[in-house]
Design a protein around this ligand. Structure first.
Ligand SMILES: C[S@@+](CC[C@H](N)C(=O)[O-])C[C@H]1O[C@@H](n2cnc3c(N)ncnc32)[C@H](O)[C@@H]1O
Length: 186
């Protein structure tokens, strides 16, 4: 689906979720030496925004859609790949994002295991997802599934427990009536 909608994606995202990057950036502290990965990062706009604030950061965006990545600015490393088999060494990223993408992944558990694997022991993980019990999420799930996406959503406690079992401290914050940010750090 994303290869097809890539030319319109940034416009739609701005239309429906204009403040999303501000909300995400409120949750992080950047360090100029940070190595950052955005899994399912699409058109790379989050890393682009971060690079404007902190140009020394090393940013990587991984996505399975070539069409989405083609729209990412050349200032970041773009990798066509799958979240369930990240092509990176273990313990190498200071910050890993997964923004509005986890529910699109075919193998969510394996993808989370991979995200945890590539994070440094003192690294941070930021996940933005949709509350499965909200009517807006149910509508989005219906639309995305009709378009052939494998969309399905973790309960907040379910995803929180996955991180707690791996010795992370977890904070979940609602950012609007249907989305939340999960912040995990060991
Ligand atoms: C709703 S978009 C979000 C893009 C970006 N994170 C943002 O916030 O604008 C979901 C992205 O997940 C990507 N995606 C879906 N399944 C994937 C997978 N298994 N591995 C990597 N990326 C995937 C899609 O290609 C798409 O670009």
């Amino acid at each position: 689906m994303f290869d097809e909608i890539a030319p319109l994606y940034d416009y739609l995202s701005w239309l429906f979720l204009p403040n999303i990057k501000r909300d995400i950036l409120n949750h992080i502290e950047l360090n100029e030496k940070d190595k950052i990965l955005d899994v399912g990062g699409g058109t790379g706009k989050l890393i682009e925004t971060i690079l404007r604030i902190e140009p020394e950061v090393k940013g990587y965006v991984l996505d399975k859609s070539k069409g989405m990545l083609e729209r990412a600015p050349p200032t970041q490393d773009e990798i066509v790949g799958n979240s369930s088999n990240l092509p990176f060494d273990s313990n190498c990223f200071d910050l890993v994002f997964c923004i509005d993408a986890l529910h699109h992944f075919e193998h969510k558990n394996k993808s989370l295991t991979e995200i945890i694997r590539v994070s440094k022991p003192d690294g941070e993980i930021i996940i933005l997802e949709l509350d499965p019990n909200n009517y807006m999420t149910k509508f989005i799930e219906y639309v995305e599934r009709s378009l052939g996406e494998p969309s399905s959503f973790y309960e907040k406690e379910e995803i929180k427990n996955i991180f707690l079992k791996k010795d992370f401290r977890v904070r979940i914050e609602k950012i609007n009536f249907f989305q939340y940010i999960l912040h995990a750090k060991r």
